[in-house]
Design a protein around this ligand. Sequence first.
Ligand SMILES: Nc1ccn([C@@H]2O[C@H](COP(=O)(O)OP(=O)(O)OP(=O)(O)O)[C@@H](O)[C@H]2O)c(=O)n1
Ligand SMILES: C[C@](O)(CO)[C@H](O)COP(=O)(O)O
Length: 395
Amino acid sequence: MRIAALIVAAGRGTRAAASGSGPKQYAPIGGRPVLAHTIEAFVGHPEIDEVKVVIHQDDGDLYAAAAGNTPKLSPPAIGGATRQASVLNGLQALAASSPDLVLIHDAARPFVSAATISKVIEALKNGPTALAALPVTDTLKRASDSGIVRDTIPRAGLWRAQTPQGFHFAPILDAHRKAAEQGLDQFTDDAAIAEWGGADVAIVEDTTGNIKLTTAEDLELANRQMASQNAWEPHTGTGFDVHRFTDGDHVWLGGVKIPHTHKLEGHSDADVILHALTDALLGALGDGDIGQHFPPSDPKWKGAASRLFLEDAARRVRDRGGRIVNVDITVLAEAPRIGPHRPAMQALIGDVLGLTADRIGIKATTTEGMGFTGRREGIAAMASASVLLPCGASV
Ligand SMILES: Nc1ccn([C@@H]2O[C@H](COP(=O)(O)OP(=O)(O)OP(=O)(O)O)[C@@H](O)[C@H]2O)c(=O)n1
Ligand SMILES: C[C@](O)(CO)[C@H](O)COP(=O)(O)O
């Protein structure tokens, strides 16, 4: 199944002309042309095999600067006087690579989500045509030319058509060609041409963010939205710790005291979960490791509760203006069983890190009798942490 995306970018953007940057699809949002964001959404989607953009004949240089180089992007097609004519030119150019399905999308919708693209493709596996759309949520009025309301229109069953709109390739090319041959050139979207051709068009509910940038105000809003999306960058850290067993009757794991046949040996309370987790947070910050901040040679930390180390790592995240998104831990041990203590561990870790239990994964596995954990010589733990840090923040 070969799937192509056709992005129409040949308009002149007259309604957004106040932006002063030429056609709106080349105006910068978040520091890059609108079209670059739109292309990226499709090129980056794993189910899309080819992306073709339809451009205005005068925009070759603007396009070259915006498009970048990626093997999925085939040479652009040249548009026509209307959106409908541009789509037809694009479909004819795509025919050379014979896609099975095509998703037609406005260059002016740079916020299209991967989820919407996937939903449209999924719908095409069961039907001829799929339209991304939003239910109408406002009360609708029809008014006279002088602005006097004449009618209130029931909104039940009304949808706002968005893009992408998905089609089986051969029938949509055929419908577009027939419409052009019959001089029908007023269609404002491709689903309308498919409807005219007799196809059933299935609605796929879109996300509200997939707006079409139409006016200069839309471009300003998009710029702000991009800036706020880019304000945080995700950082990931991993940690690993292991302690051997010695004589004793309990272990500390995840800040919880658990009765056991042995205890874990260590300078502090030897809590492998909290140590691995502390290292994961420090790793996400690129800020050394637990041994560097709390040296085992320092008598101050003898017998210390490992909660202190985790609190210190959480403070370091806060000091960097960061936010912990989630953490995930795997314990490697033949015994004790971790499951019964998971809620207590999540409560303690959640308290220190300010996270709800659904953001704290705690899992355990035996190593099936193999290796040092299998021989019950000790317990190991691995952890990962996701942290959002303000862009450009430095230590
Ligand atoms: N002759 C045209 C007209 C429009 N489009 C594309 O169709 C999409 C939706 O059209 P619209 O938002 O109306 O863009 P413009 O036609 O550029 O805007 P305006 O009507 O304000 O001039 C845009 O990505 C636009 O570039 C196109 O490829 N060819
Ligand atoms: C295709 C479209 O974006 C769906 O909402 C819309 O119909 C384009 O209309 P425009 O008049 O070209 O802005």
